[in-house]
Design a protein around this ligand. Structure first.
Ligand code: ADP
Ligand code: VHF
Length: 360
């Protein structure tokens, strides 16, 4: 494990709930104390906490027959107040101010929203205030939803250039089989040179979780590729963050690759957020995938799809339709369409805002 200064810690719903579904306030209070311990060691922390729906469900009984989306909205909106109040009460005992940030996927798609959010989180951290982020569940329904808060945590970690992301769940990490099977072993380290670990992971999830271990793994891998070390650990472990601080924690550790530039981190998560598509010719493809990457000029563009504005994310495809990367538009589709195939025009995608996928 490497040293860390700026961390995103994600706490899953099941860490904050007991088996009977009641909020586990004792656990929550202990985690708050441990977070304060990390802060006292000079680490800056952003918390991503699930639990709104679980806290709401416990407090507000609703008819079985009620529409599941409505139920979730009611539980999330009532539960989020309870969750954040509980955090505030516990952190107050340590004289720690907290802030609540509720976000949607849209906030990560739009570069302006993204930068506003990033500036806010950085301002809070610089004032010693601990941001607590959760998804704004009342407005994010179906396709607007994050897969789960593991995805949100990895977006947040990329956004603030965190060096570490910690996903706290109800198991010690990724196992070679069902974690409750005694023959399963904990995978202690995942590195880019290792064979696929996802084959071991079943789609099952804990009673209160949303995404399961598969999304945790996918998000952990993506973050590690961007240069962020990732730890999947058991949030129910008595002194989980203390053990993390002294590097004795039993967990799955994802070795980080070389850190990517900030804008590229934002783009790397853009595959679900792109607004338009651009198909490029073979010459442009060679430039974009070369050792020294170039910007994408209109002369290399064959086709544009979708209506986009300056700043929107574009998916780049080659002539055979293969996805080769993502980039940020320097101007709108209206302007770009007039420039397709022309020489001496300003780049549609600047190389600082270009993210090329790994080749097979
Ligand atoms: N190979 C595996 N190793 C560890 N956990 C696994 C594996 N396959 C499936 N799981 C399940 O993933 C669950 C954790 O995911 P999830 O329920 O989404 O947690 P959270 O609410 O913390 O996000 C574990 O409780 C475990 O049952
Ligand atoms: N925003 C939801 C989070 C749902 C979710 O992703 O849960 P989990 O899989 O436990 O992290 C809530 O607060 O209930």
């Amino acid at each position: 494990m490497l040293d860390s200064k700026l961390l995103v810690i994600k706490i899953g719903s099941n860490v904050l709930t007991q088996e009977n579904g009641l909020p586990d306030l004792e656990r929550m209070e202990k985690l708050v104390a441990q977070i304060q311990h990390l802060t006292s060691l000079g680490k800056k922390i952003v918390l991503v906490s699930s639990g709104a729906v679980a806290f709401g469900r416990q407090a507000i009984p609703l008819p079985e027959k009620l529409n599941p989306v409505i139920k979730k909205q009611i539980w999330a909106s009532t539960g989020q107040i309870r969750l954040i109040n509980q955090y505030q009460n516990f952190f107050e005992k340590h004289k720690q101010h907290v802030a609540q940030i509720l976000v949607t996927k849209e906030d990560f798609r739009d570069r302006k929203h993204f930068l506003n959010m990033k500036n806010c989180v950085q301002a809070l951290l610089s004032q010693g205030i601990l941001p607590i982020i959760n998804e704004n569940d009342t407005v994010t329904i179906t396709e607007l939803m994050f897969t789960d808060n593991d995805e949100l945590a990895s977006l947040a970690a990329a956004m603030i250039n965190a060096d570490t992301m910690m996903l706290l769940t109800n198991v010690d990490g990724i196992f070679t089989g069902n974690p409750s099977d005694p023959s399963s072993e904990l995978i202690e380290k995942v590195s880019s040179s290792m064979p696929e670990v996802s084959n071991y992971i079943s789609a099952s999830k804990s009673s209160f979780g949303r995404g399961g271990m598969l999304t945790k793994y996918a998000m952990a891998k993506k973050s590690a590729d961007l240069g962020i070390q990732v730890i999947i650990a058991n949030g129910k472990r008595e002194n989980v963050l203390g053990e993390f601080a002294d590097k004795s924690l039993r967990c799955t550790w994802f070795e980080p690759q070389k850190a990517k530039h900030g804008a590229k981190k934002w783009l790397a998560h853009g595959e679900q957020y792109y607004v338009g598509e651009v198909t490029i010719n073979e010459g442009a493809k060679s430039s974009l995938t070369a050792e020294v990457i170039r910007s994408l000029l209109p002369i290399g563009i064959i086709k544009l799809e979708g209506e986009f504005s300056k700043g929107d994310i574009l998916l780049i495809r080659d002539e055979s339709g293969h996805k080769i990367g993502l980039g940020r538009a320097e101007y709108s589709s209206k302007v770009a369409n007039d420039r397709i195939g022309q020489k001496n025009q300003k780049a549609l995608i600047h190389y600082d805002y270009l993210y090329i996928f790994d080749h097979d």
